[in-house]
Write a protein that binds this ligand. Structure first.
Ligand code: BG6
Ligand code: MG
Length: 219
């Protein structure tokens, strides 16, 4: 029995995934590392430091920890500059409606984002009241693809993992949801998210009918 939907934030509720990409691309350029949108798929869902390490691996660069911290902070500054301009209207079309429908069926709704900026984005979008539980990058030790964040979200919702469905746009996020023993709806392309139970191009296109069908698929 499905009792809750847990949403990722960046790329599922709002287009902040693109802002992460722009900020990483700028840093990669400064470092002289070629960095494409395809490379960026590997950064989605993982922590800030892990993202930087992937870029350094792409450029065959090795840096000490202090320099890495400095670069990660620089990227975050650019990201925050983009994010601070976000307005509530930027929530993806149909997402609020979907969440209200889910709630009207008596299900709970959670948010689980690896980002340490998640609370800022939630505040700017004015969507805090939509969620029964919010878990972000400041509350976990291991970021996606580790299941910790989704297990913590389920715990905060007072539910078992098997009762939760995750909405994710990142390959690492789909892996994390499956590792947590949850069903997963991938938001994006089947090439990236092929392991998810259902795949849709946009979050707002999901329906309660599909959620019912999901119940018949094994986590
Ligand atoms: C995830 C994004 O939500 O948060 C990643 O998908 C990002 O791209 C990660 O690196 C960490 O975000 P932040 O805001 O803590 O740097
Ligand atoms: Mg995401």
């Amino acid at each position: 029995m499905i009792r809750a939907c847990i949403f990722d934030l960046d790329g599922v509720i709002v287009d902040t995934a693109h802002y992460h990409f722009l900020a990483w691309q700028r840093l990669a350029q400064e470092l002289g590392v070629p960095f494409s949108e395809e490379d960026n798929e590997r950064l989605k869902g993982v922590s800030r430091m892990r993202s930087l390490e992937i870029i350094l691996e792409l450029g065959n660069l090795t840096l000490d920890m202090a320099t890495k911290e400095e670069l990660a902070t620089k990227k975050n500054g650019w990201f925050v500059d983009y994010v601070n301009a976000i307005r509530p209207e930027e929530i993806f079309p149909g997402v609020k409606e979907l969440i209200h429908q889910i709630k009207s069926r008596g299900l709970k709704v959670g948010l689980a984002s690896s980002s340490k900026n998640a609370q800022r984005v939630i505040d700017l979008l004015q969507i805090e009241s939509l969620f029964d539980a919010v878990v972000d990058g400041t509350m976990i030790t291991h970021s996606k693809p580790h299941p910790e964040i989704f297990l913590l979200a389920a715990e905060r919702l007072g539910l078992k993992p098997i009762e939760c469905v995750v909405f994710e746009d990142a390959e690492a996020g789909v892996e994390a949801a499956l590792a947590a023993g949850m069903r997963c709806v991938g938001v994006g392309s089947p090439e990236q998210l092929g392991n998810a139970h259902h795949i849709i191009p946009r979050t707002g296109q999901y329906t309660l009918e599909k959620l019912t069908q999901l119940e018949h698929l094994k986590p």
